[in-house]
Design a protein around this ligand. Structure first.
Ligand SMILES: [Fe+2]
Ligand SMILES: [Fe+2]
Length: 212
């Protein structure tokens, strides 16, 4: 379990940037997602009792939540149409690959990032992967990233779907659809996210506008 307070030092920030650039070379489409999930996580975390310093570190570490996708073929990640069961298993492996990459060091910052990568697809009701953890078995940081990750994925175009508006994304997070169930999420995290949805939407839009 990660410490209650971690301060990201420059060496860690440089490592995150280095890995982020590596991921960008492999998959240019992923950059916005990684950065935005980090930003949304850093904004949301203080509303769940996380200190400002820790929230900042959480946001930096969250940028690596999908780093394990560098090990997954692009043809599968960006496939149009449904995945086969084997392809789905390969995509699911990105969580454990990410944890494996980030476990390179005993430094608690890397362990913290590895924990997020490992658990960000776990669901509160035990239906997630890779371990089917439930409730508080899932670290808080991973529960926060899970909501921000899903929101960002809903807002962005993918090979298999178009981008949704802020309102549409919120509707799916809170009411569900054929791919997303609100039971996946920590209800306290989802409530915090919804309580500050205008702040999060503004941060999202500002990032997208700065890219243009
Ligand atoms: Fe992921
Ligand atoms: Fe993600």
């Amino acid at each position: 379990m990660a410490a209650n307070l971690l301060i990201a030092d420059q060496q860690f920030i440089d490592s995150v940037e280095c890995l982020g650039r590596t991921h960008k070379i492999v998959d240019r489409l992923t950059v916005r997602h990684e950065i935005l999930v980090g930003e949304l996580t850093a904004i949301t975390a203080p509303y769940l009792g996380v200190s400002d310093d820790m929230a900042k570190t959480m946001g930096i570490a969250a940028r690596l939540h999908d780093i394990g996708k560098i090990a997954i073929p692009q043809t599968i990640l960006h496939k149009q149409g449904p995945l086969t069961e084997d392809e789905r298993q390969q995509v699911h492996a990105h969580a454990s690959y990410g944890a494996e990459i980030l476990s390179i060091s005993d430094n608690p910052l890397y362990q913290f990032a590895a924990e997020i990568a490992q658990h960000h697809h776990e669901h509160m009701d035990g239906t997630g992967y890779p371990h089917g953890l439930q409730g508080n078995e899932i670290p808080l940081a991973a529960r926060i990233v899970a909501v921000c990750d899903t929101y960002e994925a809903l807002r962005s175009p993918r090979s298999y779907k178009s981008a949704l508006s802020h309102e549409q994304a919120l509707e799916i997070l809170t009411c569900g659809d054929d791919r997303v169930s609100p039971n996946s999420f920590d209800e306290k995290v989802l409530k915090a996210f919804c309580d500050i949805e205008d702040v999060l939407e503004a941060a999202y839009n500002a990032h997208v506008a700065a890219e243009a």
